[in-house]
Design a protein around this ligand. Structure first.
Ligand code: ZN
Length: 203
């Protein structure tokens, strides 16, 4: 199982981190060991002093494929949820400054959180999806899929030009503005429209 993540897919988030607006999807990966298993506790990573949440819509791949044309792309995922791409922002800033790869900031154990899966229906594919994240009950991130610079289908096509997609692979589709710090004791809740998809305590 592979975990793909898209960076800078919402213009307002790219701007808040002072990143350039990309002309093609920014792709990075997390290993399988990055996925937090359901009901497992989430611990603040020891090597960071600046842990950031990034709430994202996550797709689950349902069909094996490579070089997937965009008009076929929607047939390659059948489940969606809200998740968190946890980022050690201090580690990332250091690596970025040195022009080094991001894995130590992004791909560590349990850095990928997912909520309950929802079936992707034609209705979900047609309408913009609102999603949000609360921290200790306060709204901190709010996104709508129509603000993505690269759509689900464009992302699937782009990734598949470089990597084969396999059943069970996950795709984090990028985070909107509002990323921020969390500390031990914080409670994060992710919502797909009004539906709560996960609740996580930072331990
Ligand atoms: Zn992200």
């Amino acid at each position: 199982m592979k975990i793909f993540c898209i960076g800078r897919n919402y213009a307002d988030h790219a701007k808040e981190l002072k990143n350039e607006i990309p002309d093609e999807p920014v792709v990075f990966m997390k290993p399988k060991s990055a996925l937090l298993q359901s009901h497992s506790p989430f611990y603040y990573p020891e090597f960071s002093n600046e842990l950031h949440y990034e709430a994202e819509l996550v797709l689950r791949i349902s069909k094996n494929g490579k070089y997937i044309p965009e008009r076929q792309a929607s047939k390659y995922y059948n489940a969606i949820t809200v998740g968190i791409d946890f980022t050690a922002r201090d580690v990332q800033a250091e690596l970025k400054a040195k022009g080094l790869p991001w894995e130590k900031a992004k791909a560590w154990d349990n850095s990928a959180v997912i909520g309950t899966w929802k079936e992707v229906t034609p209705d979900i594919q047609k309408k913009p999806i609102n999603f949000s994240l609360t921290k200790n009950g306060e709204l901190v991130q709010q996104g709508i899929s129509s603000d993505m610079m690269f759509s689900f289908d464009e992302i699937i096509t782009h990734i598949s030009n470089y990597f084969s997609l396999n059943i069970g692979d996950l795709v984090y589709t990028g985070t909107p503005a509002g990323v921020g710090e969390c500390v031990v004791g914080d409670i994060l809740q992710g919502f797909f429209e009004a539906e709560k998809m996960f609740e996580l305590e930072i331990k």
